[in-house]
Write a protein that binds this ligand. Sequence first.
Ligand code: ADP
Ligand code: MG
Length: 284
Amino acid sequence: MFGDLKRKLTKIGYVPRRKELVALNCALNRNNGAKVIILEGQPGTGKTFLAESFAKIIGAEYIYLLCHNWLSDEEMFIGLDVPRLVVGVSRPEEAYKPGVLKRAVDASNGGFAVVCIDELDKTPERMEALLLDFLQSGRVYGPQGEVWEGKLDKMFVFITTNNQRSLLEATLRRGFRVRTEYHTPQVESDILRKKTGAPVNIIRAVLRLAMIIRKNGASSPSLKEAENLIIDLKTARSAEDVRYLLEGWLIKEPEDINALLEQTKDPASIIWGEIRRAKWSGGN
Ligand SMILES: Nc1ncnc2c1ncn2[C@@H]1O[C@H](COP(=O)(O)OP(=O)(O)O)[C@@H](O)[C@H]1O
Ligand SMILES: [Mg+2]
């Protein structure tokens, strides 16, 4: 089972860690209520990508909500479809516009549903409290007292948080918590190699800078940013170009550049040196 999950995820580009496989495998085998997985970790550690990839490999309908601090009940549960009401509806259901949880309920009645409530820490606690009842019951209530019930054993709910605020204790108790981390440099290097086809010396040099920023800087460059940087490096024609690319993809805060300068005299020249060494530039 673990091997199967691992193979399927890897095949579509997600390189899973053992603890993620454990969580997914348990969710697939548990049948006593909602299957909730709470992914906590820094930006860029693959939380959203994992939810999306899992939906793909189990052939589930993927329902996604990116949270924000003015998130409404309508977006989460169900709202009135005002434009349709103006035009006129023939059946009462047509007056409603399903929010993500209503869509999850409907999807779970037809097959598997994977719901990703992304970055729940960005919503006020009030919204999180409303979500709790759904996680317990799998039910969404309409404004006229309608009740729609989903199949909890067909529903996987991924909640992600970047820890801008702590989630409610009650939410944490309802899910299998997985702390996501960056992969080891070796695995990150393999992923980037597959994605970019760039020479390994360039990939390693970029990852080394990313790692310095993650450790001592203010931001946390993701694998995706490293990937974009490496692809764009092919267009560089000088160390100066490389500097702008580093600023465009890796460096976000003054602390990031300070961290780099503390450990490397001239990060752009180092990368430029590697590009020339590998003769990788698109031609001078
Ligand atoms: N385990 C992984 N395997 C493959 N790629 C990954 C992995 N984790 C992260 N990535 C890459 O990093 C990018 C950012 O991941 P994302 O899911 O957006 O992070 P988060 O949601 O934690 O901020 C992904 O689009 C993917 O390219
Ligand atoms: Mg994300």
